[in-house]
Design a protein around this ligand. Sequence first.
Ligand code: NAD
Length: 304
Amino acid sequence: MSSTVAFIGLGHMGGPMAANLVKAGHRVLGFDLVPELVATAGAAGVQPAGSAAEAAATADVVITMLPAGRHVLALYREQGLLAAARPGTLFVDCSTIDVADARTAHEAVVAAGHRALDAPVSGGVVGAEAATLTFMAGGGEAEFTAAEPLLHAMGRKAVHCGAAGAGQAAKICNNMILAISMIGVSEAFVLAESLGLDHQALYDVASTASGQCWALTVNCPVPGPVPASPANRDYRPGFAAPLMAKDLGLAANALRAGGVDAPLGLKAAEMYAEFAQGEGAGLDFSAIVRTLRPGGPHQNGNPA
Ligand SMILES: NC(=O)c1ccc[n+]([C@@H]2O[C@H](COP(=O)([O-])OP(=O)(O)OC[C@H]3O[C@@H](n4cnc5c(N)ncnc54)[C@H](O)[C@@H]3O)[C@@H](O)[C@H]2O)c1
């Protein structure tokens, strides 16, 4: 069944996601603060709206794909999006935001007489363009079921993770595993280098042994063993280090808020924050391997 969707935030992810909804036969009204992005989406069949509220006024579903929780909350409340929508509108936030902000957003949506789902994604810009994203959803069963046809138009998989905020929780837990495993794989390659062990030899063993993981076999941080990994193209992203740093910052917030003792997660957050602000700013997150070699910032005696 075709829906009328208001799509707010037509950036790297939102632009192609909105275009895929059009391809699937939905009527999509789009808005972004950057007029050029509205025009680009328009070329893909997204109808330009003059404001987010204007887009939401006639929509069955409002999808947001924004930088952070403060943007979502400001749009919902101060900028009048919730007030502009018809009663019972389904609000699906696909942005990656703080779990606490996601829960606050759910409460605001429900208090305004609407329905809410948090549905952050993994799969990056490539997945957004190819409609192969994975959605991790938090909210009620009925809200998830209502959103599913739209999620499947933009992605390959949608997992209902639990109640409000559970989608964001799954996203940051997964990315904390990914960051820690990428640092672990990188440290192993650097140790191999110091022991005179060939990258390919370590790969051939670890990729079929208990060291096997996505960071090794798909996004291998050294050039050679996995030809499609960003290491073979000077670490052009891929999954950019600043996005990993952002997600780890959200994980660190949740760790502290919950009093969870996760020394490796917090250390990974610290390392990626530093890397993303420096040489990692434009690089894939696997380039963290560069900072682990002799003379790097993590050597004994050097401040981390
Ligand atoms: N880029 C990725 O690979 C990736 C992967 C997974 C998840 N994410 C998450 O998806 C979200 C979006 O990422 P992105 O890469 O598309 O970011 P982006 O910066 O390209 O897009 C965000 C867009 O939101 C717009 N915006 C901000 N406030 C607005 C408002 N009040 N009204 C209308 N538009 C507004 C901005 O102008 C911008 O175009 C982020 O939360 C990010 O963490 C990104």
